[in-house]
Write a protein that binds this ligand. Sequence first.
Ligand code: PLP
Length: 340
Amino acid sequence: MIDLRSDTVTKPTQGMLDAMMAAQVGDDVYKEDPTVNTLEEKLAAMFGMDTALFFPTGSMANQAAIKLHTQPGEQLICHEWAHVYNYEGGGASFNSGVSCKLLPGPHGLMTATDVEAAINPPDFYHSPLTTLVCVENTTNKGGGACWDMEVLKEIKTVCKQHGLRYHLDGARLWNAMVAKKDSPKDFGALFDTISLCFSKGLGTPLGTVLVGTHEAMKNAMRVRKVLGGGMRQVGYIAAACLYALDHHVDRLVDDHSRAQEIGNCLQDMDYIHHVEPTQTNIVIFYLKPHLSEKRFMEDLLARGIRLSSMGQGKLRIVTHLDYTQAQHQEFIKVLQEYRP
Ligand SMILES: *Cc1c(COP(=O)(O)O)cnc(C)c1O
């Protein structure tokens, strides 16, 4: 099987398992797990932020951040394709009682002008009070696109002027930093909180760290507890994350170049209508309108290849740690030989 549905389908390598088995652990709810503490301190320092907290999933870290930044009845601004809006089970309304103002824009990106125009006037009590802006880097539904640092800075300026908090869903920020050569501290200087996943491109079984300012993270332990995310000897997982930081970040360039090659190959196929620009490890493409996505996916499955459909005609391929060069050559061949 060549599984290109997601970069979450990877299994821990032997080196990662060895690191996990050798971990020093303790009860992290008492903050006594040395490996979790090391990971949190390392990430806070890397991003130049005050503090960090370990979560089981990216969704929980994002949901905790929304809870930390808002009160029920308030409104956050995000892109219409945002994970926090589309893929976290309605958590923003369930956990925090907030609504989302959705903005359009190519590749899951939005402009500071649009963000500013979406802010409700704070003294107009008929509308929900706008208190938070969430951005996603790289964008998932937007096809792994990376933000320009300049645009992120412009949005920060708007947040500052209007007293809004600023959260970055960095599930794939590692991919963005490798692709754009931005440094963690550039992001740390802009945001109140950033979630960083280890179970996507970095290949751990689970784990997300939320880094943030003291001010924003004051109640983070309490919110994590309420969401059920206080874990005990979770240093076994933190050890996998530390291992991934040392061994699985630089290799993301391989995932990116393979995705680029898949994008280029699809571009030339006459059954393809359109391929989104490929900046990182996600390729989003559309079949010619008369072709059935279901049929295409079944035909590929019959050749041992899995990919995912994201609705609205979007098909998605994601390259990852367990997608080998041999599988890559095989997949390109299947795409080239495919006849609908
Ligand atoms: C995967 C992902 C998350 C977190 O998802 P979990 O499955 O809960 O870890 C958050 N944001 C984006 C953009 C993602 O792709």
